[in-house]
Design a protein around this ligand. Structure first.
Ligand code: NAD
Ligand code: MG
Length: 296
């Protein structure tokens, strides 16, 4: 596994399908995944792009959020981590990696389906970091339902409460603390633009995230706050074995032009760029990190 700056063939940089069959219960554990995902622990090299920034990241224990947390710390930021209580051990590993960079890590377990938890997470992040400059709204859930005959209200409620409401709750709580130059970054999905048949509940939420990103960007730019998003393609995270059946896990990533799944670390540079002043004229955009799957 080479570092992120050594030129190499991206089609063979990381494992290609087939993957071994594997299933987990939600919220999933990175240590039970085979092959092990790359969150940048050994591969992400910081360049001082977020000096002294204070960031809050949801879903920060594993997958994309974990990679973003490691990258932000290596770019010079202090980081507050939101995650579910069941993920405490994975979150503590991320905190250790952040502290190894000489940065502050704040641990904030809690279920974001509750409005009050969103308010507490923001309040504690602001208090313990001494302010807030970057909000990454990344936590998500992805039930698969093969047929409309099996639709259940409680499934859609859980998806919307997890994937949509925190956009509003976290942003309302955070915005009084965000100064001009601050950034909010969302995680939508290629599913929000090109949905799979068994992911209707999830896909509609992801389309909503991209749409919210455009609307809220227009509001908050008046205060000098930029809102943007990232739309990942198929990424090797615990979300997949937690929600997707084995026949799809084995072929995971094969539908992309690049021919393989993405690794969480491959998302991190887009989140760094959108958080940094480098992207000062990018507002309301959603960047595709999809291995070539079109996002329009
Ligand atoms: P992941 O399982 O590692 O991360 C999702 C995180 O969401 C969990 O770690 C958990 O901490 C958090 N979460 C879930 N329900 C929660 C709740 N009720 N309260 C608080 N936190 C909760 O998987 P990931 O793939 O890194 O997912 C991160 C984001 O990326 C999600 O929004 C997901 O929809 C999106 N995404 C993933 C893929 C992919 O292929 N993995 C593709 C497109 C988009
Ligand atoms: Mg997790």
């Amino acid at each position: 596994m080479a570092d992120m700056y050594t030129a190499q063939d991206p089609t063979t940089q990381y494992p290609r399908p087939p993957f071994p069959p594997q299933q987990q219960g939600a919220p999933g554990d990175i240590h039970k995944m085979d092959p092990a995902p790359d969150h940048g622990e050994k591969t992400y090299i910081g360049k001082g792009r977020l000096p002294g920034r204070k960031a809050l990241i949801t879903g920060a224990d594993s997958g994309i959020g974990r990679a973003v947390a490691i990258a932000y710390a290596r770019e010079g930021a202090d980081v507050a981590l939101s995650y579910l209580a069941a993920e405490q051990e994975q979150a503590e590993e991320v905190a250790e990696l952040i502290r190894a960079e000489g940065r502050t890590a704040v641990l904030l377990p809690g279920d974001l389906q509750e409005e009050s938890v969103n308010n507490e997470v923001v309040a504690k992040a602001v208090d313990e970091l001494g302010g807030l400059d970057i909000l990454v709204i990344n936590a998500g859930t992805m039930p698969t339902v093969d047929s409309i005959d099996d639709f259940e209200t409680k499934t859609l409620d859980a998806v919307v409460k997890t994937n949509i409401y925190p956009l509003f709750w976290l942003t309302k709580a955070a915005s009084p603390h965000l100064k001009p130059g601050a950034a909010i970054i969302t995680t939508s999905s290629v599913q929000g633009f090109d949905p799979s048949p068994s992911l209707a509940e999830y896909a509609v939420s992801k389309a909503g995230i991209a749409n919210w990103t455009r609307a809220t960007a227009q509001q908050l730019i008046e205060r000098g706050i930029r809102v943007n998003g990232v739309a990942p393609g198929p990424i090797w995270t615990p979300l997949q074995p937690a929600f997707v059946p084995n026949e799809k896990i084995e072929e995971f990533g094969s539908q992309t032009p690049i021919g393989r799944a993405g690794q969480p670390v491959e998302l991190a540079p887009a989140f760094v760029f959108l958080a940094s002043q480098e992207s000062s004229y990018i507002v309301g955009e959603t960047i595709a990190v999809t291995g070539g799957m079109p996002v329009t």
